[in-house]
Structure formats: C-alpha cells, structure tokens
Design a protein around this ligand. Structure first.
Ligand code: UT7
Length: 320
C-alpha cells in the first residue's frame, strides 16, 4: 500500500518584487535576469510570517482533499528553516491547524518535497498512517545576500501543500545525496558563545551557479529516466514533467535532452523565482486547480538541491 494525492494547496506572499525593482539597488537588469533565468518577478515575505503562508497552503490542501485536521496521522514539513530553528516548523503549523498527530521537518534542500513524499510512502507501507499532510514552506529571501547579484535575484518565498491518503498512485520514487556542501550552502548562525572561535562566515547563501546548473541538468535526466523505467513507462507516457524551478534554462536543457516538449514541462519561475522545495507542490497545485490533471495519466516530478540531493517520482494522475 502506498498513497494517492487527495488534495493540494499553495500560497505566495502578497508582495511582488520585479527585476526592475532589484535594479534600483543592484548592478543588474531585467534583461540579464530574464534571459539568463526566465525570472520576471518573485513574491517576498514582508508583513507576513512564513507560518501565515504555510497555514493557508495547508488549509487549502485540507479543504481540497475533504480531510479534516483531526484526521491527520502525520504532518511533514519540508523546509530549510521555518520561523524558528526549534521547534520543527511542522509543529508550528500543527498548532495553527489544531491537529494532534506527530509532526516533524525534513531538510533536503530543494529536493525536500520529494524526500517528504518518500518518508510518507514508508508510513503508508508500514500501515502507520492513513492521512498525511506535507507542507513545503520556504523563505529563501531570508538567506540570500542582498548585495550579491549573482544569487539574490534568483529566489522568492512561497508554500505548497498536499494531503495524501492510502492508495496506489505512487508508481516509483528515488532519492539520492552526494555529500557535497561546497557548491551550495548556507552556513549556520554562529551564536555568541564566548568559548567558540567564530570563523566570521555570514549565514547567507553561497553558490557556484555553473556547477549547480550542470549537476541539475544531468541529475534530472538520469532520475526521470530511472523513475519512468521503474514505473514500467516510457517518457512518451508522461503527460507532465514537473521540475524544480531554479532556472528556466535548466528546465529547457533537461527537456531537450529527454526529447520532452516544453508544453509538458509546466513553469511558474517567471512569476515566483526559485522557492526551494516549495516549487514542485505549488506547480502541482496550479495544475490541479486549473483542471489540467483531469484527463492526464502520469506525471513525473524531479528536484535537485543543496547536498547535492535529488529526488524524483512518477504519480498516477487524476484530479486530486
Ligand atoms: O535550487 C538550486 C539552486 N540554484 C540553481 O539551480 C542555480 C543554477 N545556476 C544558474 O542558474 C546560473 O548559473 C546562474 C543564473 C546563477 C548564473 O548564470 P550564468 O549564465 O551561469 O552566468 P555566470 O555566473 O557565468 O555570469 C556571467 C556574467 C558574469 O559577468 P562577467 O564575469 O562575464 O563579466 C557575472 O558577474 O554575468 C554576471 N552576473 C550578472 N549580471 C547582471 C551575474 N549575476 C548577474 C546579475 N545581473 N544578476
């Protein structure tokens, strides 16, 4: 027994920051950002807290699924970091929902949503859960260095959520990690312990963009082929390939190598930028609510991120 997706939800912050807005304080341009990344604007937390978005996304997914908070057996939150270092952000969402089940976080960078699906799959397989809520909640704009034009223009904030129930719609899944922390990392805040020798590293995102780009394209192609084959399907059987939204050029390069046309690769990056692990469930929610899944059969998801981690899966499709 695995799972079926019962419902989806999402929420973006109200404040929108355009490329031209960034060009007022950074040496950048709408032309550079658009052509190199496909990003036109991003939504940024201003007056809201991440918990406000996560609660709305979770409630939308619960409503869409017809499941109530007291029916949940598990809440998993995929996040780099919520509003607190501790407790787990899943517990903060749990309080807002009035749920009483176990709740914990999964941090696998931008692959976190697929990792959370894999964890949930284990709970269903062991008969430990009948209803699971996964929320991917990311406030990437907290971690970017707003003086570094090569990274801060890429990111935005947002939350996506799914409610899972017992079923057989997960046809295959794989997760990987490589133990690479050099190419993409955010050092922790170092505290003020008088005994600790501080190295002076700021707690902001550092990235070697080109090596992440190459890793992204090759891992997407490898993982999509693997999970499609494991599901007993061919690439032609996939109605949609939902990819982590890090750069439109990454999506195009992977799709070109896999010979999948871009009309089967949904994209929101022009509107949102990179929201880490929240991208994939937000795209899923948009596909679901626009009715595009009604006549579809199979959908593949693939993410990649710091670690380097990757995750991919194939789901049987229907209107969630
Ligand atoms: O969630 C996973 C995390 N991230 C990713 O997946 C990101 C993967 N990497 C990428 O998407 C791309 O590598 C970037 C968008 C980050 C960079 O694009 P690129 O085509 O690899 O550009 P580049 O780093 O080679 O930089 C080209 C030029 C440089 O100038 P010079 O040295 O040629 O004079 C940069 O200084 O572009 C310059 N540049 C900018 N110019 C204007 C870098 N950022 C900007 C900017 N505006 N925002």
């Amino acid at each position: 027994m695995s799972f079926t997706v019962l419902g989806t939800g999402s929420k973006l912050p109200d404040t929108v920051v355009t490329n031209d807005d960034l060009a007022t304080f950074l040496d950048t341009s709408d032309e550079w950002i658009t052509t190199r990344t496909g990003i036109h604007r991003r939504h940024v937390l201003k007056q809201e807290k991440l918990i406000d978005l996560a609660t709305v996304a979770a409630k939308n997914a619960l409503k869409n699924s017809g499941v109530t908070a007291d029916e949940l057996d598990l809440i998993l939150c995929s996040t780099i970091q919520g509003d607190y270092v501790s407790p787990a952000f899943a517990c903060v969402v749990q309080k807002e929902l009035g749920a009483t089940c176990p709740a914990f976080d999964v941090n696998a960078g931008c692959s976190g949503f697929i990792y959370a699906l894999d964890v949930a799959d284990g709970y269903f397989a062991r008969g430990r859960a009948k209803k699971v809520l996964i929320i991917a909640a990311e406030a990437m704009t907290r971690f970017t260095n707003w003086q570094d034009r090569s990274t801060c223009v890429l990111f935005g904030d947002g939350c996506g959520a799914v409610v899972l129930g017992e079923g057989d719609d997960l046809l295959s899944i794989k997760i990987t990690a490589e133990g690479n922390f050099e190419a993409l990392n955010i050092p922790h805040t170092q505290g003020n312990c008088p005994y600790t020798e501080l190295d002076g590293k700021e707690s902001v995102l550092h990235m070697d963009g080109q090596s992440v780009f190459k890793f992204a394209v090759s891992s997407i192609c490898r993982d999509i082929k693997d999970v499609t084959q494991a599901a007993g399907l061919t690439l032609d059987d996939l109605d949609y390939m939902v990819l982590h939204q890090a750069n439109y050029r990454i999506m195009e390069s992977a799709a070109r190598r896999l010979k999948i046309s871009m009309d089967r690769v949904p994209s929101i990056i022009h509107e949102t930028g990179n929201m880490s692990s929240a991208c994939i469930p937000i795209v899923l929610d948009q596909l679901n609510r626009s009715g595009k899944l009604v006549n579809s059969r199979y959908i593949a998801l693939a993410g990649f991120g710091s670690g380097f981690t990757t995750g991919a899966c194939v789901l049987r499709c229907h209107k969630f």
